[in-house]
Design a protein around this ligand. Structure first.
Ligand code: I3S
Length: 128
């Protein structure tokens, strides 16, 4: 996955502000730390940048380096069960590398759009 975002090149590319926390890293449970993140879907990569601060470029101005990236190939998404979080509209994303993330929005349609986009990306890249 790239270390800096590029302008959108395909229609499936998507970006937006969502709440994100890791819950597992390389197979090990980590403490939740919900942060608002400008999240960018680029091909099979999902990039997270710090979400605050406006800007003029498409991914949020001065912030050009993602905080972290995940490769969606071989991953899975599902709606998180109630025991994963008390929040509404929580997506659970598992990567092949053993990282689990929760992605959440208070806005149901925003969450659903991300769910669909992630699912579509994972199935599109299933054979790579
Ligand atoms: O799964 P948990 O431990 O109930 O998650 C909550 C905690 O991470 C909490 O942080 P502290 O334990 O550092 O106080 C967060 O503030 C909550 O948002 C977490 O729960 P939700 O249900 O919001 O994911």
């Amino acid at each position: 996955c790239p270390s800096s975002p590029k302008p959108p090149s395909s229609p499936s590319d998507k970006s937006g502000l969502v709440n994100v926390t890791k819950i597992t890293e390389n197979g090990k449970k980590v403490r939740k730390n919900w942060t608002s993140s400008l999240t960018i879907l680029q091909g099979s990569c999902l990039l997270f940048t710090k979400g605050h601060g406006g800007g003029t470029s498409w991914f949020g101005g001065s912030q050009s380096k993602p905080e972290f990236t995940v490769d969606l190939r071989g991953g899975s998404v599902e709606w998180a069960s109630k025991d994963k979080s008390s929040k509404k509209h929580v997506i659970e994303l598992k990567t092949r590398q053993g990282t689990e993330l929760l992605i959440q929005s208070e806005n149901e349609s925003v969450a659903s759009e991300w769910f669909r986009a992630l699912q579509e990306t994972i199935s599109t890249h299933a054979w790579e």
